[in-house]
Design a protein around this ligand. Structure first.
Ligand SMILES: [Ca+2]
Ligand SMILES: [Ca+2]
Length: 202
């Protein structure tokens, strides 16, 4: 994730100032930070189209080595415009996903209406595993994620066993899928607010 928002100091572009100011007000951020993120977004949009394609995001330097790159890009593009088979991710849509990683204020931790609240951070993590985007996680998806993390060279049987065990552990209602509620329950033990926050976005 860090690679997507890394600081990039091009010359400033006044063209976007009104929109950036509106976004800063909407998200209660400083205008300076929004405009830095805008510059970063513009550098991802290599041909200055005014929007990004999956290809743009997939070639972000540093991110190409991330085993989850396809998932990260997919989650960003769930917010994108789709017209005539072309997907366009605009800055405001990009920002909305990036802001999930904003450190959350104490009073907002449990506020589901805040994009960066604990539950919305957990939801992002859940979507990483939900490879077919159907809203639930199967054992095969857990296995798929394991393969992504360790690469294809590890003994598949062993990974299947791990996936099987993980599913048994979380699957309270024994329906062979991990619901969001079941996932959120195991994530209670994880310091999500810390782990899924990027200081730059404060
Ligand atoms: Ca699924
Ligand atoms: Ca279940």
């Amino acid at each position: 994730m860090g690679n997507l928002i890394s600081y990039c100091d091009d010359k400033s572009d006044l063209k976007f100032r009104d929109e950036d100011n509106a976004l800063a007000a909407k998200w209660q951020m400083s205008e300076k930070k929004v405009s830095l993120l805008r510059k970063r977004f513009n550098s991802i949009d290599r041909e200055a189209k005014g929007f990004s394609t999956r290809g743009d995001l997939l070639s972000v330097k540093g991110l190409v080595l991330n085993p989850f790159i396809d998932r990260i890009v997919e989650i960003f593009f769930q917010k994108a415009d789709r017209k005539e088979g072309e997907e366009k991710l605009y800055f405001s849509q990009f920002l909305e996903t990036v802001l999930i990683f904003r450190p959350v204020k104490e009073r907002d931790v449990n506020n589901p209406d805040k994009v960066n609240s604990r539950i919305n951070k957990v939801r992002f993590a859940y979507r990483m595993y939900d490879l077919d985007n159907d809203g639930s996680i199967s054992k095969d998806e857990i296995l798929g994620v394991l393969v992504m993390m360790v690469g294809p060279h590890v003994d598949k049987e062993q990974l299947e066993e791990i996936a099987e065990r993980a599913m048994r552990e979380v699957d309270d209602d024994a329906d062979n899928t991990m619901s969001f509620e079941e996932y959120a329950k195991i994530m209670e033990r994880v310091a999500v607010e810390e782990k899924m926050s990027i200081k730059f976005l404060e």
